[in-house]
Design a protein around this ligand. Structure first.
Ligand SMILES: *Cc1c(COP(=O)(O)O)cnc(C)c1O
Length: 455
């Protein structure tokens, strides 16, 4: 029997997170205070985040040890399996070898608990009682609800209104873990009321929901805020994915030539790719790492590299990143959790330095890829993950054309069992190609009055 699944023992859960900043040739530029435009000191973030996470956010230490309580809860679903995709290889009739790391085995069904658990843990350790957050497709809100429940914290989730109505069971899931869920924009916050005054039927966006959650956290002593993507400490926590994958690829007697992951704010991409980039830095390997984004929200492939706000309201620090502009509201189509206007700071710097690559796929192409994957490998991928699969298929077809065998590894960062509405829309022909015109992108970027970064 051919070996399909490569597993690790519980005691092989990594003991450290890997901080790629230590190895980067050009360090990321500092975040700026939105008022003074001076580099931001750690104290500016203290109303929002516990000190331990701020320290990680700014750390240049290469390895950061994972607390025992966190590893203990990780062991509920980690180490996650790594599979060889024989079914997909056969369907594509490709000489390429395809592997995937499967993060859908976590309680909430994606990679998000990898960071939700340590974030809840550090908040608990510093005496916080409640965490506020936003959620788009619902993956992050459910992961944080699960983690807060475990550590006895209250959790308030601002859920993008469009998803709130499209994904009622994500809300139920958060409620089952004891969280309060609000459809954003709400009337509860200044930021929400401002949007509703302009557009009472606003479908919401991640940027708006972030503004609401940040506002609520900033107002209360016992409340902090948590983010499920974009920030350095979030990417750091996700690096357990790639560290496990390296061991599993060794067990398979193989090593990837190409590492692929879907891209929203960059956390699952970072989680899989950064430990492989470490091999590039340390051992001068040449592993290509490719981020896959939707053509409907193409910040990496068509955005600008400059300082921008993390939210729509312009309340967060200014971050140096690839962005479509913080006012950018993606068309209400199913790019699921990939609808964020900006990319994380570290990933942005890596892309600028040509150490990683980015590609974009349209909606129809990714659902075709997702359905092919479900038919050949059994697991129904989260709609976000289908972007990565579309890139895998493109690379595997290149291998076939060139008659070359390459090893491809991708991150199946979540299952799509709560996303069948999106699949139904695809089956009903309601998912259409969507490409932004250059005018739309220019208009959004022209509104930016944030500092430019000289090239
Ligand atoms: C949140 C999410 C994403 C996008 O966020 P990243 O930070 O880019 O990983 C992608 N896939 C799934 C399944 C998600 O839950």
């Amino acid at each position: 029997m051919k070996q399909r699944k490569f597993t690790l023992e519980e005691n092989e859960i990594p003991e450290n997170w890997y901080n790629i900043v230590a190895d980067m040739p050009n360090k990321p530029l500092p975040p700026l205070h939105p008022g003074t435009l001076e580099p931001l000191g750690p104290e500016a973030l203290e109303p929002l985040f516990p000190k331990a996470l701020i320290e990680q956010e700014m750390s240049a230490d290469k390895w950061i040890s994972i607390p025992e309580e966190v590893r203990d809860l990780y062991s509920l679903w980690r180490p996650t399996p790594l599979y060889r995709a024989y079914g997909l290889e056969k369907a594509l009739d490709t000489p390429a070898k395809i592997y995937y790391k499967y993060e859908g085995v976590s309680p909430s069904g994606s990679h998000k608990p990898n960071t939700a658990v340590p974030q809840a843990y550090y908040n608990k350790m510093e005496g916080v009682k409640r965490i506020t957050t936003e959620t788009g497709a619902g993956q992050w809100g459910s992961a944080l609800s699960f983690a807060c429940q475990h550590f006895g914290l209250e959790c308030d989730v601002y859920m993008v209104k469009l998803s709130y109505h499209h994904k009622p069971y994500r809300k139920s899931m958060m409620n089952a873990w004891g969280a309060n869920v609000y459809a954003s924009p709400t009337n509860l916050t200044e930021a929400g009321r401002k949007i509703l005054a302009q557009d009472p039927d606003s479908p919401g966006s991640l940027g708006i929901a972030i503004s609401e959650a940040v506002e609520m956290a900033a107002q209360r002593e016992d409340t902090k805020y948590a983010l499920g993507s974009v920030l350095n400490h979030v990417k750091l926590h996700q690096t357990i994915i790639g560290q496990e994958a390296i061991k599993q690829m060794e067990k398979a007697g193989d090593m990837p030539d190409i590492v692929i992951a879907p891209f929203g704010g960059g956390s699952n991409f970072a989680g899989l790719a950064f430990p492989f980039l470490r091999l590039n830095f340390e051992e001068s390997r040449n592993i290509r790492c490719i981020a896959s984004e939707p053509t409907s929200c193409p910040k990496l492939t068509r955005g600008v590299f400059r300082y921008d706000f993390g939210d729509t309201g312009g309340m967060t620090p200014l971050l140096p990143m690839y962005t479509l502009g913080h006012d950018f509201v993606p068309a209400p189509i199913h790019a699921g959790g990939l609808r964020y206007h900006g990319a994380g700071v570290i990933v942005s710097q890596l892309l600028r330095d040509n150490l990683i690559e980015a590609v974009a796929h349209d909606n129809v192409e990714v659902f075709e890829a997702g359905v092919l994957f479900a038919k050949t490998e059994g697991i129904i991928p989260a709609p976000e993950a289908t972007h990565g699969i579309a890139t895998v298929i493109a690379e595997a077809e290149k291998c076939k054309k060139e008659g070359k065998s390459k090893t491809i590894l991708f991150n199946l960062c979540g299952h799509g069992n709560f996303d069948m509405k999106a699949y139904d829309d695809y089956f009903d022909g309601k998912i259409v190609k969507h490409e932004l015109s250059q005018e739309e992108i220019n208009a959004s970027i022209a509104k930016l009055n944030t500092p430019e970064i000289p090239s």
